[in-house]
Write a protein that binds this ligand. Structure first.
Ligand code: HAM
Length: 464
C-alpha cells in the first residue's frame, strides 16, 4: 500500500513545518548556540505562503491597480536585489530597530560576506539611487516604483508573514510639502480604487534636533516614578536606547503612562511646523480623511518630519493592521554615502490589502475569461484543433481547450463550467468537409460553417 500524502488545508496561512524534527547543535549567524532542526518531511517553512491559482488573481489585480496609479503620477518601475550587504540595513533601517535586531534573515555566504535577505525595500532603492548617480538624471525629482518580496522573521499570524510583498514608491530630490501630500494622496487613492474605505494616520516627528530635544523631555517625563512604574521591561529598555519607540508601544500600561506625556508635535521648530501645516492643508483640499496621531513614530530609524500609515476605517488602527506606511527620510541618502537629498516614500502591504478585500467580500473582475471553447473528436481533428487553437490566440481571441480529453460530453461540460459564449467542435467529418460546428451556449443552437469563414462568424457573434 502506498503512503498517504499529508494533507494541508488551503487556509493554513502560516506554513506547515510544525512536525517533530530531529535536532543537532550548531551556531547561528549571530554566533548563538542553536539546535539545527532536521525536518522529517518536505513542507513549507513557517510564515511562508504558497499562492495558488485561485488566489493569484487577487495579487495581479491589486498590484496592477497600485502600479498603474503610481505610473500615472510619474513613478517608474525599478527593481533591486533580494540579497544585499547586511551592513546596509544596519546603517539605514537602524541597528536598534526590530527589523534588524530580531527579524532579519542574515548569514555569512561562502565568500565570507555578511549578507541579508531584504527586510524592507527603501535601503536597496536608496543604494541604487546613489550607486547609479540618479541625481544626474535630467528629469528630477526621481520617482521610483517597486514591487517585491521581503523577509522578516517575525511571529507568524494573520497579516504578518515571514515572506510578504510590498509595492512601494520613493521620491528623491523633492523637499516641498506638496510632495508629502501627493505621496499620501497616491496611497489613499490606490486603496480607494480597490474599494477600501481608507484612513490616513499622520504625525510629524520633526527634524534631528527636534527629536533630540523631545527625546530628552520624554526621558524626563519617565523619571517620575509614577509614570516609570507603568512601563513594561521592554519599554524601559527602549527608553534607554531609542526613547521615541516607547510612543508606539503595544503595551497597555505603557499606553496609559503615555497619556500625560509631552507630544512631539508641540516640540517641533517653526519651519517644520509650517511644512506640516501645508501638508495638512493639501490633504484637506483633496478631502483625504486623516487622523493626527501623536504616537505614530514608525519602526525604522531613518524618518523625519511627516510620517503616516494607511488603515481601513473599520480596523483597530494598531500598527499590526496597517495596510501601508511611510514618510520623509531627508537624511538617509547622505547617511548612506550620497549627496544631501530630501526624499520620501511609502510601501503598501499587498498581503494585508488582499486579506482586507476578502474580509470585505470585495469582488474582483475576472480577467482573460474565455469566450470560446474548442472541442475536438478523433486524432486528426485533435491535430488540426491544436494548430487552430494557437491561431485563435495570435488573432486575439480568448479561447479554452482540453486536448487531453477525447470524450465530447466531458469537453462540453467543461465549456459549460467556463461559461463560454461559443463552443467550436471539430470532428472527423468536419475535417474532411472543411467545415466546423459552432454551438451557441446560451441558446443551444448548433450550426455548421465553412472553416474559411469562421473568423468572420466569430467576430459577428463576439462583437458585443
Ligand atoms: P513598514 O511599515 O515596515 O515600512 O511596512 C509597510 C507595510 O508592509 C506595512 O504597513 C504592512 O502593511 C506591510 N508589512 C510589514 N510587515 C509585514 C509582515 N510581516 N507581513 C505582511 N505584511 C507586512 C517599510 O517597509 C518602509 N520601507 C516603507 C517606506 C517606503 N518608507 C519610505 N518609503
Amino acid at each position: 500500500m502506498g503512503r498517504k500524502p499529508k494533507q494541508y488545508s488551503a487556509n493554513s496561512q502560516f506554513g506547515a513545518s510544525k512536525g517533530k524534527k530531529d535536532s543537532i547543535g550548531a551556531k547561528n549567524s549571530l554566533g548563538k548556540e542553536v539546535k539545527i532542526r532536521q525536518p522529517k518531511e518536505i513542507a513549507r517553512l513557517r510564515g511562508m505562503r504558497d499562492i495558488l491559482p485561485d488566489e493569484y488573481k487577487y495579487w495581479e489585480y491589486v498590484i496592477n491597480i497600485a502600479e498603474n496609479i503610481c505610473k500615472y503620477y510619474g513613478f517608474m518601475k525599478t527593481d533591486v536585489p533580494v540579497l544585499e550587504q547586511m551592513s546596509m540595513y544596519e546603517r539605514s533601517s537602524g541597528k536598534q530597530s526590530d527589523v534588524v535586531t530580531k527579524e532579519m534573515y542574515n548569514f555569512i555566504d561562502k565568500d565570507g560576506d555578511k549578507v541579508a535577505l531584504r527586510p524592507e525595500g527603501t535601503p536597496g532603492l536608496v543604494r541604487s539611487y546613489i550607486e547609479h548617480g540618479l541625481f544626474n538624471l535630467p528629469s528630477q525629482p526621481v520617482r521610483m516604483l517597486w514591487t517585491g518580496n521581503l523577509f522578516r522573521r517575525d511571529k507568524p499570524q494573520s497579516g504578518r508573514y515571514r515572506q510578504f510583498t510590498q509595492t512601494s514608491v520613493e521620491m528623491f530630490g523633492e523637499a516641498s510639502p506638496a510632495a508629502d501630500a501627493q505621496i499620501i494622496i497616491i496611497g489613499y487613492l490606490i486603496l480607494k480604487e480597490l474599494g477600501i474605505d481608507a484612513q490616513v494616520h499622520v504625525n510629524n516627528i520633526g527634524d534631528g534636533s527636534d527629536r533630540e530635544n523631545y527625546a530628552k523631555k520624554l526621558v524626563d517625563y519617565f523619571k517620575d516614578r509614577k509614570n516609570r512604574s507603568l512601563l513594561s521591561p521592554d519599554d524601559k529598555k527602549k527608553l534607554l536606547k531609542n526613547p521615541l519607540r516607547v510612543l508606539d508601544s503595544k503595551d497597555e500600561n505603557t499606553q496609559k503612562a503615555l497619556v500625560g506625556a509631552p507630544q512631539i508635535i508641540d516640540n517641533i521648530c517653526d519651519e517644520v511646523r509650517d511644512h506640516f501645516v501645508k501638508v495638512l492643508e493639501y490633504l484637506d483640499e483633496l478631502d483625504i480623511p486623516y487622523i493626527l496621531d501623536p504616537f505614530l513614530v514608525r519602526g525604522l530609524d531613518y524618518y523625519n518630519r511627516t510620517v503616516f500609515e494607511f488603515f481601513s476605517a473599520d480596523s483597530s488602527g494598531n500598527a499590526q493592521s496597517a495596510l501601508g506606511g511611510g514618510g520623509r527620510y531627508d537624511s538617509l541618502v547622505e547617511f548612506m554615502g550620497g549627496r544631501p537629498t530630501p526624499a520620501l516614500g511609502w510601501a503598501l502591504g499587498i498581503d494585508r490589502i488582499i486579506l482586507k478585500l476578502k474580509e470585505n467580500d470585495i469582488c474582483i473582475p475576472v480577467v482573460n475569461k474565455p469566450d470560446i471553447f474548442l472541442a475536438q473528436l478523433g486524432d486528426a481533428a485533435k491535430r488540426k484543433a491544436m494548430i487552430f487553437f494557437e491561431e485563435l490566440r495570435t488573432r486575439g481571441y480568448q479561447a479554452a481547450q482540453n486536448f487531453s480529453k477525447d470524450n465530447l460530453k466531458l469537453q462540453l461540460e467543461q465549456a459549460n463550467k467556463l461559461d463560454v459564449k461559443l463552443t467550436l467542435i471539430m470532428g472527423q467529418k468536419e475535417i474532411m468537409d472543411g467545415t466546423i460546428l459552432m454551438r451557441d451556449m446560451e441558446s443551444g443552437m448548433q450550426e455548421v460553417f465553412d472553416f474559411k469563414k469562421i473568423y468572420e462568424e466569430l467576430d459577428k457573434r463576439l462583437k458585443n
